[in-house]
Design a protein. Structure first.
Lengths: 282, 775
């Protein structure tokens, strides 16, 4: 139970200086809701922290033609209050279930993605909407698809000295119906045992197009594309969905941890497909 | 106490007076243990065993002592008095000298200039352990070939610390007469208190003795423990309670251990030493609710009349006795529930294992058996095709009935009223019907309605009758304000306010004129421990006793001052009896006159619980002087796709006699409902080979959205003639009743019996799909 002592925090004057500090080994610090917990426990022992939470380039939310640009240091609460959930209602469903008000006020979308937890809630809409991650580092700027950026639990494609600046979130065609179910052992302030997010393009009760994202059932968030493909053209009915539950289960590679056993994650993930039927009530 | 009138007109008692400690807490002025600092203060830390069972071959603290900032190290040889944490038995050492019996057991201590230095230095101890076979499960530990965990002098046989029985009637005959018999095995794991303030004390050497400041429930237990380890007379040890952020039983015996550690370090270093746990250390190494296995058999006639109950239950006590014998006893007495049963056989065992010692937690050994008896009642109702509420009504104890221990209930049994009120408030029949309709309509959601009825023995009971006493000191000041001193502690439950109301009522003063003295063992009378829902009942009676003596003097003085034959006093005003209260004079005129004329302004009061008497051979007798009762009803919704359960609505009706402060009583009930929801649904603390690792991120307690959207609380008051103004206890009862109602609602919703807490989503998921999953 090692406890780390005080850690120095530097506050760069601009993005360039931030990159320089990070290159020297400093760990980026945004809201600190992940970083401070781990540092205090002794899991992380960074030489120093680089506070990026107020850099203007990382703080903007901009609605543009065809999509939204969201700064990495935008907090979950700010995002929830922004124009984004109105255009992309899946964000409302997800962010309202993230942590609790205090955590949402401090935690950022960039921190959530950089943390690369398979249970990271904002990854669900980012995967569903096929967002891109805009990075800047000593060698300039680059942009990666979210699925290329997240490599595994706590592992990303970030290179030395690189920071996430923003996310480009394209608006999908039409008006897909959003769905999100986050399973947990209580109603607030919990990390997902598993989660399922979806976007459905419906014609009457026929699924014209469909995207699914599963959280906390594999090393990264999963898009079960084969299941998505098979759902196309089916009705939003018990008879049509039920046969695909087992396939959705098979798309997982769950582990047992403190939050739940593997068999449960696998089976419940499949069953959650039937949760889409609740969209008929709405 | 004998002339006590029940249901007399009251002005202050029965009012929702705001808590006297609220303002200081809201403003952040209350000082908790970790807020205090003393010049030259060091930070103490225990060096703990990483293994569950081992012989200590070598203990080398030289690297610890050499670490920068370390001022003092303590090994068992440095303890000036006895190496013991005295609780009920004396088997638990302060520092394990030869054998460690659980992961986290302290083997040495250190104190350093900073917290960080203390943490780092603690990792430098070189301790060589020769590991011994260990046992973690009580059912394994009772086997004849199990490793010996218990210190032999503290155990009845092998690892069985205590085996207690009830033998009433003839269960064999009872079951032979039964038309239906149900049977089940029930399991529960740990429940952690999660008091908002972790354990913490500061030891400060003073005047040849030791002062202890700390967050604690039982200052006189701490005084006793510190005197023992320092080898000092009790009078040289002074214990001061700091503002205490919750206890729930977790600060009954554990502060004695912390205080003894801090005291030994302070004694050796001659400097103040603070020992404050962080949440992880607190969860890993302090007491919790006992995990249990309960085997239960219930027999009834076709009309629902219970004829026999047979119970065998095992509590995992952990490595040392601490409070387990008392916890087991309360479990024993409560095992059969609040029902009229002619034939009862109960066998309770508390068993030593290589795990952290369990202890007191709200309900004190009763919630585990209540889960079992209330599950059995519902099983029986299903079998008999009878409404579960009606089944309870048919068997509920009434005045004139005899309990499972054959105690005749002579008064104050409000159970039937509580059931009736709960039935009415919840609209029971409609509620059940609506749930059925919902379930027919909904493909993937199920609603269930569950009920539980409980009884609770107020006070220490016949296992420790000598502890049910209380002293109080009441002093009226020259200006008519009042100081009350008791040794009972405020930990958030509102005891100070309730005692002030009782004093104000008896004296005829306004409650805001009453001040409770800070608890300091050198200045307040010993009022016994603040446990067992006893403070209002027993300490309240002591305050009343003292206040009545003062009241008599005030009346005598007032007669002289006013020149009247008789006087009336209320709201801190005095007037001639039968006269015009509009012409009253302030009470301060009378008290000033008393002070000027050299009257004795103070009085001590004393109270003892009414006599109890119980035979350990048969388990029969008067176990407690009075019982409180409750009936809870829960509506739960289960998501069949995921197994998630949510409590939607909840009705809680209590008989705790006269309710002294309805707002505080409601607070107790709401908190108990929350804690019960947590116990049933989510609070999960696995132990792997005796190793407990929990944080508040992994050990989940309910949050505000986990509370029912509708929580209806009500009281039926069956006054107790020996309680102050008819009051009984309430503190523990809400938790005892709530969890079982939730459990029964889940079973009702999914149509299969929940037999293990907590009902985590995966367990409910498996239950609903009618399969058992691997443990
Ligand atoms: C009580 C509690 C509840 C929580 N509940 C949830 C929940 O429900 N769902 C959920 O998904 N998470 C939850 N979390 C985790 C956490 O709050 C989120 O992951 C949050 O979004 C992290 O953001 P942050 O700004 O606080 O990150 P920080 O702690 O500041 O940083 C986290 C990591 O990201 C890196 N980083 C931060 N910003 C950047 C950047 N711009 N470029 C590169 N690297 C960067 C940091 O170096 C660090 O390694 C919870 C945490 C707590 C303490």
């Amino acid at each position: 139970m090692k406890k780390t002592g005080p850690v120095e925090i530097v506050k760069p004057k601009d993005l360039g200086e931030a990159i320089a500090f990070v290159r020297k080994g400093g760990m980026p610090l945004a809201g600190g809701t992940d970083a401070f917990v781990r540092i205090r426990k002794g899991f992380w022992d960074p030489p120093f922290l680089v506070y990026i939470g107020e850099l203007p380039e990382l703080r903007e939310v901009e609605i543009r033609e065809g999509g939204a640009e969201v700064g990495a240091a935008v907090t979950h609460a700010e995002l929830l209050r922004s124009e984004v959930p109105r255009r992309l209602p899946i964000f409302r469903l997800v962010l309202e279930k993230l942590g609790a008000p205090a955590i949402r006020e401090m935690g950022t979308i960039g921190g959530n993605v950089a943390n690369a937890s398979p249970a990271g809630d904002t990854l669900i809409p980012l995967y569903l909407l096929e967002a891109r991650v805009n990075l800047v580092g000593p060698d300039g700027e680059r942009s990666l698809a979210i699925e290329e950026f997240v490599l595994g639990p706590g592992k990303t494609a970030l290179r030395e000295g690189e920071l996430i600046v923003s996310f480009w979130i394209p608006f999908p065609e039409g008006d897909p119906v959003p769905y999100f179910h986050k399973v947990g052992r209580r109603r607030a302030l919990y990390i997902a045992v598993l989660s399922l997010g979806a976007l459905l393009w419906l014609e009457g009760d026929v699924i014209r197009e469909m995207r699914l994202a599963l959280g906390a059932v594999a090393p990264t968030v999963v898009r079960p594309r084969e299941v998505e493909a098979k759902l196309r053209g089916r009705r939003l009915s018990h008879e049509d969905l039920e046969p695909l539950c087992a396939e959705l289960s098979a798309a997982t590679s769950s582990i047992t941890d403190i939050r739940g056993p593997d068999w449960y994650r696998r089976e419940a993930a499949g069953r959650l497909l039937l949760g889409l039927l609740r969209l008929r009530e709405a | 106490m004998e002339e006590l009138k029940v249901a007399e007109e009251t002005r202050v008692v029965g009012q929702a007076v705001p808590r006297l400690d609220a303002e200081a807490k809201v403003k952040g002025e209350a000082r908790y243990a970790d807020d205090l600092a003393f010049p030259g203060m060091l930070y103490g830390k225990a060096i703990r065993s990483p293994v569950p069972h081992a012989r200590i071959k070598r203990l080398d603290l030289s690297k610890v002592a050499a670490h920068p900032g370390v001022a003092c190290v303590v090994s068992p040889a440095d303890i000036p008095g006895e190496n013991v944490v005295p609780v009920i038995y004396r088997d638990m050492p302060l520092l394990a000298a030869e054998v460690v019996r659980y992961v986290g057991e302290p083997v040495a201590l250190l104190a350093a200039e900073t917290r960080e230095a203390a943490y780092r230095a603690a990792e430098l101890a070189e301790v060589e352990y020769e590991e011994l076979p260990a046992v973690f499960d009580p059912l394994e530990a009772v086997k004849s070939d199990a490793p010996q965990v218990a210190v032999p002098e503290a155990a009845e046989t092998g690892n069985v610390f205590n085996h207690m029985v009830i033998r009433k009637g003839d269960v064999a005959r009872g079951f032979a007469e039964a038309d239906e018999i149900v049977e089940g095995e029930y399991r529960v794991g740990y429940q952690e208190h999660v008091y908002i303030e972790p354990q913490g004390v500061i030891a400060v050497p003073e005047a040849g003795g030791m002062a202890i400041y700390g967050t604690l429930q039982c200052p006189f237990y701490v005084q006793n423990a510190v005197a023992a380890v320092l080898g000092l007379p009790l009078s040289k040890v002074r214990v001061v309670q700091t503002a205490t952020g919750g206890g729930f039983g977790g600060k009954e015996d554990v502060p004695s251990q912390l205080a003894a550690m801090a005291a030994v370090l302070a004694w050796k270093s001659r400097r103040p030493v603070k020992v404050v746990y962080d949440r992880e250390e607190d969860i890993a190494t302090t007491s919790k609710r006992h995990p249990a296995v309960i085997r239960y058999r219930t027999g009834a006639k076709r009309d629902g009349r219970l004829v026999a109950v047979e119970v065998e239950f095992y509590y995992n006590a952990g490595a040392y006795q601490t409070l387990s014998s008392a916890v087991l006893w309360r479990g024993l007495i409560h095992a059969a529930g609040p029902y009229r049963i002619p034939n009862v056989k109960v066998d309770g065992y508390s068993v030593a294992t290589n795990t952290v010692p369990c202890g007191a937690f709200r309900g004190f050994g009763s919630p585990q058996v209540i889960f079992a008896h209330e599950s059995q009642m519902d099983e029986l109702a299903v079998r008999l095709g009878m409404d579960p509420l009606e089944l309870r009504e048919r068997n509920a104890l009434r005045v004139g009935d005899r309990t499972a221990t054959d105690q005749l209930l002579e008064e104050s049994v409000g159970l039937m009223d509580a059931i009736e009120r709960a039935r009415e408030l919840s609209g029971w029949e409609r509620l059940r019907r609506e749930a059925e309709e919902f379930n027919r309509r909904e493909p993937f959601r199920r609603r269930g309605i569950g009920v539980s009825t409980v009884m609770y023995g107020v006070g220490m009971g016949a296992k420790a009758p000598l502890l049910d006493k209380a002293g109080a000191y009441v002093k009226v000041e020259a200006d008519g304000s009042v100081t009350v001193a008791v040794g009972n502690t405020e930990m958030g439950q509102g005891a100070l306010t309730v005692l002030a109301q009782i004093a104000a009522e008896a004296l005829g003063v306004r409650v805001e004129d009453v001040q409770l003295a800070p608890v300091d063992t050198s200045r307040v009378p010993d009022s016994g421990p603040t446990v067992a829902s006893r403070t209002t009942t027993v300490a309240g009676a002591a305050v009343l006793d003292a206040a009545r003596k003062i009241r008599a003097r005030i009346e005598a003085a007032a007669r002289e001052v006013l020149g009247a034959d008789a006087v009336e006093i209320a709201d801190s005003k005095v007037w001639p009896a039968g006269g015009d209260s509009g012409r009253a004079v302030p009470l301060s005129e009378v008290t000033r006159w008393m002070w000027v004329h050299n009257w004795d302004m103070g009085a001590t009061g004393w109270a003892q619980g009414a006599p109890v008497d119980w035979d350990p051979e048969t388990g029969l007798g008067k176990a407690y002087f009075v019982y409180a009762y409750a009936c809870h009803i829960a509506e739960v919704e289960v998501d069949l796709l995921t197994g998630e359960a949510k409590v939607r609505r909840f009705w809680a009706v209590h008989d705790s006699g006269k309710i002294v402060n309805p707002a505080l009583a409601r607070g107790q009930v709401a908190g108990g409902v929350a804690q019960g929801i947590g116990y049933t649904l989510m609070e999960y603390l696995p132990s792997l080979e005796g190793r407990i690792e929990g944080t508040l991120m992994t050990y989940r307690i309910p949050t505000a959205p986990d509370m029912p959207e509708e929580l209806v609380i009500d009281f039926v008051e069956a006054p107790y003639s020996d309680g102050p103004y008819g009051a009984k206890g309430i503190g523990e009862v809400p938790l005892m009743a709530s969890h079982a109602a939730v459990a029964n609602a889940i079973s009702h919703a999914v149509g299969a019996r929940l037999t293990e807490y907590p009902a985590l989503p995966e367990r409910v998921f498996a239950l609903a799909r009618n399969k058992t999953h691997p443990r």
